[in-house]
Design a protein around this ligand. Structure first.
Ligand code: DOR
Ligand code: ZN
Length: 348
């Protein structure tokens, strides 16, 4: 491929990890995701969380009602696992086509995860059933143990939870979500083909300095938190390598400006409005434009056992000016790359 093309046409991508929220912001937030992606794995960490089949159907209906006229967008729903999850409910939701996957949040690891799982032993029967029926498990891979430094929480999760889990359930389909470390890249690379990972745009663009140099910058704060530069480099190599184990998952996680700019600011980066433009810069800078379609549009559906999208989109080198703030149904939200100009734009 010519490495400085003026445009790039690829299969329409999907987002394998997004927070669409609910209520007043849902319509605005969904509109941005539906503009970029054909499908998205929708995270269930609402308050209260989406734990059962009926709640997921109702949430899916609210999302579909928010999709703008003329847009084709399919939300793929997930079940929020708790210590009390019933394996029959999860299996029923999967078999009825309501749940595409289930999400494991370690209790208190992140936003609205208080009802998450306090010990994977407590959901053993759920995980066994998921392995038996081939249902994918999306994992927020951080321990919450007080003895582990926050920058080491992902690495500790691998040895304390993920390795033992996969040794005991070697067929379980696992997506290690939003990986942030060279350790996770290494783990996923050497695991069997039933283990994959999503990578966000922010973890490809920023390291932890973005959060802390020159003042505390709450809009660069998300969980798992960005790590050292060597980890960012490892993530860029993995994402752009062409390996089918790595695919696009934005973890777009909008919070109101004042909830971020606070003495105890929320974790989450709202990257949905310009996610593809953001990822594409990384692939171009790494000289890997030829691998962009695989990462954005092919590896995810292949892992989930779904057909890739037939529709095409074109990105052009016309530039995108990212606004300082976005009005999401009356709620001001600061997007990722606020105030920057990105090189690419999606052709309307
Ligand atoms: O930064 C994050 N925000 N990480 C998560 O795991 C959850 C998300 C949210 O829902 O705000
Ligand atoms: Zn998330």
């Amino acid at each position: 491929m010519n490495e400085t093309p003026e445009s790039l046409t690829i299969r329409r991508p999907d987002d394998w990890h997004v927070h669409l929220r609910d209520g007043e912001v849902l319509a605005a937030v969904t509109t941005y995701t539906a503009r970029q992606f054909a499908r998205a794995i929708v995270m269930p960490n609402l308050a209260p969380p989406v734990t059962g089949v009926e709640a997921a159907i109702a949430y899916r209906d609210r999302i579909l009602a928010a999709v703008p006229e003329g847009a084709a967008f399919t939300p793929l729903m997930t079940a929020y696992l708790t210590d009390a999850t019933d394996p029959d409910e999860i299996a029923r939701g999967y078999e009825e086509g309501v749940f595409t996957a289930a999400k494991l949040y370690p209790a208190n690891a992140t936003t609205n995860s208080a009802h998450g799982v306090s010990d994977v032993a407590n959901i053993r029967s759920v995980l066994e059933r998921m392995a038996a029926i081939g249902m994918p498990l999306c994992i927020h891979g951080e321990v919450t143990d007080a003895d582990i430094d926050i920058f080491d929480r992902e690495k500790a999760f691998i040895s304390r939870v993920l390795e033992p889990l996969l040794l005991s359930l070697p067929d379980l389909k696992v997506i290690f979500e939003h990986i942030t470390t060279a350790d996770a890249v290494q783990f996923v690379t050497s695991a069997d083909s039933n283990v994959a990972a999503t990578i966000t745009p922010q973890h490809l663009h920023i390291n932890r300095n973005a959060m802390l140099v020159g003042g505390i910058r709450p809009h660069a704060y998300c969980l798992p938190v960005a790590k050292r530069e060597r980890h960012r480099i490892a993530l860029r190599e993995a994402a752009t390598s062409g390996s089918a184990k790595f695919f696009l998952g934005t973890d777009s996680a909008p919070h109101a400006r004042d909830a971020k700019e606070s003495a105890c600011g929320c974790a989450g980066i709202f990257n949905a409005p310009f996610a593809l433009e953001s990822y594409l810069e990384v692939f171009e800078d790494e000289g890997a434009l030829a691998n962009f379609e695989g990462f954005a549009s092919e590896h995810g559906p292949r892992f989930y056992g779904l057909a890739p999208n037939e529709e095409r989109i074109t990105l052009e080198r016309t530039g995108t000016q990212v606004p300082d703030e976005i009005d999401a149904g009356g709620t001001p939200i600061v997007p990722f790359h606020a105030g920057e100009t990105l090189r690419w734009a999606i052709r309307a």
